[in-house]
Design a protein around this ligand. Structure first.
Ligand code: GLC
Length: 721
């Protein structure tokens, strides 16, 4: 074991022990090159223990079940295709090995390890964290400080996060499945007919020819390129799905080139590893092999050439329905039971035999990667698979066009992948509990670097109710990825699938989303470039027990707080207000002027918000910016902006923007507009707008004072720097 002090303030503990047993006691403080807690190694595993004080909270672990404070349960990093995210599930699709300890001595921990890690956060012993790494070749990084500082330090270490093109901040419609051109066009027609903005329609597995990656079903889409163009002229981008498994079929070019190049994972004998997913038998690209990554990444070019600008990478844990060997064994077992009088144990054993053939750890152990000259069992590096698939795609995009941003979301993810792609949180259900889970997961995902993230709005599995749909949309309005996606066979979730009243409310929410895009995009840029959270727990900014233990509210960028409603039939909720704030109930962009704000003092409140009202809280002496909605992002202009603020003294806000598609923002290519409001001695407000963005037109300020009174000030022409 070696301990290093990194140059930006973290302590790195490196293991490469290979099985000795030893216990290392360390100082309780990080300072001076020490780290908190105690390390033990046993049987080739590394274990780290840390004693928790009663009031300490633990944030992070990204895509995991349960609350924002992870204390009280046990979680696993072992990417799993499990669509039933009930509270007992220890692992979901992602492996986000980062968490922050918020207590008397604050610090964060990142565990760099590609295999299974178990996080017991006060489960076996209420007052102890035990992290168990199922191997010894791992690094622990410790960052000392408060939640905000340590998150920033960690994010600075892993680098800038993925930023999609600006159109990907628009509303996106999806469903498994829109089978052909006419179905897709019918969706676009409905958006137009109902005057609802939309930027993208997703293509699920049915657009392919029998689920073969990088193919198009010619019957369903006779001229795909022309269709992609036609939809673009209507303002809609098509986003096709790509699955990890490549169908085994001679003559299919992706399969053939994969075989010729030796780009697939193998079994122990060196034959391509065979498993079944959607198309039946597939081989899995060996994404650990740089040449295979390059090959697969270049396969996306075929679709990019047809005008596609975004993809979703799926089934890349990788999900395995069965392997021929696993299936045969199960069938043999079941057959052997024929004619038996099965008691409870033997009956359940037989049933389980079938269920256990999917995503079997044995199969993961038998699948091999080539890493350099070495063969490595997939099991050892399991959590990197989805990451490397997205890396392969992103690198392929960069070879296609080095300066253009493409939309890319992946399902399975690992820390480090955030450089290449965003994520969606997989197959949730149309349950109120999963709306709450979505809210509570956002900060953890962003701590792990995944700023471009969101859940299947309305829920993927099960049937959504209109009220759940509305409340979920009211939250997704504020998440970078706002995609309505649902599974085949469930109730349809497009806005017009509901009654007229619900449709109207959904339209208003989507239009409000577009109004919020300037603020959302600007805060996204700041969060990315400054390594911050876009959605943060209150403990990120505020001290004290109440802030630390608020589980269902989020700071949204620098000016706003969200307290979403996530319970059926609720007409309001309890809110902890961590400083004086102005409370708004938003309904429609057009009704902003009618929104009567209420000033709330620090403390606990009950705030009401009917089903068509979105609760929003503005921090004191802060501003945010809205613009007029349009039918899609490219159609939006900044010619009429609205600045809303709660100002008792003075406030300013810097709005960032860029061209929306290039990587120039990484090198400072940003448009900046500064809005300032100052309260003068006669109780009036002075406003100021400074910009280097020639697109900024008139600005209307709605300024709320300490009594909740609104002053409206219109400024026709900003000052150009
Ligand atoms: C997986 C994905 C889901 C998709 C489905 C069919 O379950 O998570 O989003 O719709 O596969 O492709």
């Amino acid at each position: 074991m070696t301990v290093d002090r990194g140059n930006n303030g973290f302590v790195q503990v490196r293991y490469g022990l290979g099985g000795q047993t030893e216990t290392i006691k360390a100082s309780e403080a990080i300072s001076g090159g020490h780290y908190p807690g105690v390390f033990e190694t046993e049987g080739g595993r590394v274990r780290w223990r840390y004693a928790l004080a009663e009031s300490t909270a633990v944030f992070g672990l990204g895509e995991t079940v349960r609350g924002m404070n992870k204390r009280g349960y046990i979680y696993e990093s072992f990417s799993t295709d499990d669509p039933v995210h009930t509270p007992g599930k220890r692992a979901l699709y992602a492996a986000h090995n980062f968490f922050a300890v918020v207590g008397e001595s604050g610090f964060s921990v990142y565990i760099d390890f590609p295999g299974k890690v178990i996080f017991d956060i006060g489960f076996e012993n209420r007052d102890e964290i035990v992290v168990e790494v199922m191997g010894s070749d791992c690094d622990f990084y410790f960052f000392e400080g408060r939640l905000k500082e340590t998150t920033e330090a960690f994010r600075a270490l892993i680098g800038l996060s993925y930023t999609p093109p600006k159109w990907a901040f628009g509303y996106q419609q999806s469903r498994w499945s829109y089978p052909d051109e006419s179905a897709v066009e019918a969706i676009a027609d409905q958006f137009e007919a109902h005057d609802i903005p939309c930027d993208a329609i997703y293509l699920d597995i049915d657009y392919m020819e029998r689920f073969k990656d990088f193919t198009i079903d010619k019957n369903a889409f006779p001229n795909f390129k022309a269709f992609v163009e036609k939809m673009k002229t209507r303002g809609i981008k098509l986003v096709p799905i790509i699955d990890a498994g490549v169908k085994v079929e001679s003559g299919y070019s992706v399969y053939e080139t994969g075989i010729q190049g030796g780009f697939f994972c193998t079994d122990a004998e060196g034959h391509p590893f065979e498993a079944a997913v959607w198309p039946g038998l597939v081989h899995f690209p060996d994404f650990m092999n740089p040449k295979a990554r390059q090959w697969f990444g270049s396969c996306y070019h075929e679709l990019l050439e047809q005008g596609i600008e975004g993809f979703w990478n799926d089934m890349n844990e990788p999900a395995i329905f069965y392997t021929p060997k696993g299936l045969q064994e199960a069938i043999d077992y079941v057959k052997a039971q024929e004619g038996e009088n099965l008691d409870i144990y033997s009956f359940f054993e037989m049933k389980d035999k079938m269920a256990q053939i999917s995503n079997a750890q044995r199969d993961y152990r038998e699948m091999m990667h080539r890493i350099g000259e070495k063969k490595v069992s997939h099991y050892e590096v399991h959590n990197l698979y989805g990451y490397m698939m997205s890396r392969s795609a992103d690198e392929g995009f960069r070879r296609f066009d080095a300066n253009r941003r493409y939309l890319l979301i992946g399902r399975s993810s690992h820390i480090g992948m955030a450089k290449h792609a965003g994520i969606w949180t997989g197959d949730n259900q149309s349950w109120w509990e999963h709306l709450k889970l979505n809210i509570q997961m956002m900060p953890g995902l962003q701590m792990a670097g995944f700023l471009y993230a969101g859940a299947d709005t309305g829920g993927f599995g099960d049937h959504t109710g209109a009220d759940l749909m509305i409340r979920w949309m009211q939250f997704s309005l504020f998440t970078p990825l706002f995609r309505n996606h649902s599974a085949m066979g469930t109730r349809r979730q497009e806005p017009w699938a509901f009654d007229e009243k619900t449709l109207a409310v959904m339209r208003d929410i989507i239009r409000l989303r577009y109004a919020f895009v300037p603020y959302l995009y600007s805060e996204y840029m700041k969060a990315n470039l400054g390594h911050q959270l876009l959605h943060a727990p209150l403990a990120y900014e505020y001290e004290g027990e109440d802030a630390v233990h608020t589980e269902d509210q989020l700071l949204f960028g620098e000016s706003l707080m969200l307290a979403p409603i996530y319970e059926q039939n609720a007409i309001g909720r309890s809110v902890f207000v961590p400083e004086r704030m102005a409370y708004l109930k938003l309904r429609r962009y057009e009704d902003l002027e009618k929104t009567a704000p209420k000033i709330l003092s620090l403390g606990h409140h009950y705030t009401k918000a009917g089903l068509d009202e979105i609760p929003l809280f503005i921090r004191e002496n802060h501003l945010f910016v809205l613009s007029e909605p349009a039918s899609n992002i490219p159609a939006m202009t900044q010619s009429a902006l609205t600045v809303i603020g709660f100002v008792t003294d003075r406030a300013s806000y810097e709005l960032l923007d860029d061209d929306g598609y290039s990587r120039a923002f990484e090198r400072g290519g940003l448009k900046k507009t500064r809005f300032a409001v100052e309260k003068t001695s006669d109780g009036k407000y002075k406003t100021h707008v400074d910009t280097n963005d020639a697109g900024i037109g008139s600005v209307t300020f709605y300024i709320i004072d300490a009594e909740g009174k609104v002053s409206i000030i219109r400024q026709e022409s900003p000052l150009y720097a």
